[in-house]
Design a protein around this ligand. Structure first.
Ligand SMILES: [Zn+2]
Length: 402
């Protein structure tokens, strides 16, 4: 008797595993529809979670790319819906992650724009308005012929009218020169760890978004970010984006850290492998991207030495100096203790292969007791952003005089 029971149990277990391994979009969608028709208020949580997980599996098993995208999209929208009833933040974050995955895996797919729109809605409801707006802009800029552009434009206009009071923002003309800003790190690459759990990747993104806003207010440049959300982006792809856009300038924005957590100040780098020991150590940390560089690491010094001859070195040094000057000039009046660590050379991988003047700014030390906690404040980030924006706009004036 016991044996028979055991066999039955094993058999039924095996059957369900096999069934789970063989789920395509159609089968899961069928289950989704029947549940949707019988559980109008999404009360049967475990069953809904199972359907969502099976949609995710289907997205990997489907050979039809449209069905694969659709599977991932349905899973994301399901978590978004479930968030209304229970575990709101968890389900919303789950949904955002899946939508981001969809855009990453199927960037050319028909649902990428829908995914960006859905993601933007969730981030907006989580109070992350700036990031939500960046996603809407991504729809307009990257998917100009998509059916979601109209909705995205409308929401952008509404959002800017709301955030800037009476002043409606004008859309920037498309023929303006482009500046690429690169918020360091992102996603699983946290960058340096700071005071009170502050992460370099978050500081870098927050400052970059502010710089973008300030520069675009001048109506002289369009600013494109290498990442507008907390997502991982390979170092090489960041510069590829700038080259592809034929950018006028590239600036990578980071926060610094030191071994004994005692150093403080701002420093700006241009690309050169003739660096001193401290610069080389910093570059080594910034060049790490969660995963080892592998072959890229070994090729780095060769690539740099090859590049030095071609890079716009004088313009890059001028950019670095102007950014450094701008930050010191704007921040010092309110923070007289700010150390001006100057402009330095360093072998930064993110700057390799640039067709345009490029630099990397380390705005402050995130692990210094005083400076680190300043970096956590909006006021300090805004000052840094103003300094960087002034430096960038200043270099343009300086070079156009020549
Ligand atoms: Zn960094």
């Amino acid at each position: 008797m016991q044996v028979a029971l055991c066999v039955t149990f094993v058999l039924s277990g095996t059957t369900s595993i096999l069934a789970a391994e063989n789920v395509g979009f159609d089968a899961v969608h069928q289950r989704y529809l029947s549940l949707r028709n019988t559980d109008l208020e999404f009360k049967r949580v475990p069953e809904w979670n199972k359907v969502a997980e099976d949609f995710i599996s289907a997205s990997w098993q489907e050979h039809d790319p449209l069905k694969a995208q659709r599977s991932l999209y349905e899973a994301a929208i399901l978590f978004k819906t479930l968030a209304k009833n229970q575990q709101a933040s968890w389900n919303q974050l789950r949904s955002v992650a899946l939508l981001e995955e969809l855009v990453g895996r199927f960037s050319e797919g028909t649902l990428a724009d829908d995914a960006l729109l859905a993601q933007s809605e969730i981030l907006y409801s989580l109070g992350q308005h700036a990031q939500a707006r960046e996603l809407l802009k991504e729809i307009v800029e990257v998917y100009p012929s998509s059916d979601m552009v109209f909705v995205a434009r409308q929401r952008l206009n509404r959002a800017s009218a709301a955030s800037e009071g009476a002043k409606p923002s004008r859309a920037l003309p498309n023929n303006l020169p482009v500046i690429v800003l690169d918020p360091g790190h992102g996603g699983e690459d946290f960058g340096a760890l700071g005071v009170g759990g502050l992460l370099e990747k978050d500081v870098a993104l927050s400052i970059s978004l502010r710089v973008k806003k300030l520069i675009e207010e001048s109506e002289r440049f369009r600013v494109v970010l290498t990442r507008a959300t907390d997502k991982f982006s390979p170092l090489a792809e960041r510069m590829h984006l700038a080259n592809r856009l034929n950018a006028a300038l590239f600036l990578s924005i980071h926060a610094n850290a030191s071994v004994h957590k005692k150093l403080s100040g701002v420093e700006t780098y241009y690309l050169d492998n003739a660096a001193d020991k401290a610069s080389a150590t910093l570059a080594e940390r910034e060049n790490k991207v969660g995963a080892p560089l592998g072959d890229l690491g070994e090729d780095l010094s060769f690539m740099i030495s090859d590049l030095i001859q071609n890079a716009k070195l004088p313009e890059s040094i001028a950019l670095a100096k102007s950014v450094q000057r701008g930050v010191v000039r704007i921040v010092r009046p309110k923070h007289p203790e700010l150390n001006d660590l100057g402009v330095k050379a360093g072998p930064f991988y993110v700057l390799v292969g640039a067709h345009m003047p490029c630099a990397l700014v380390e705005v402050s030390f995130i692990d210094h007791p005083i400076e680190g906690s300043s970096l956590g404040s909006d006021q300090y980030r805004e000052l840094l952003a103003q300094g960087i924006a002034e430096g960038i706009l200043g270099i343009d004036r300086a070079s156009s005089r020549r």
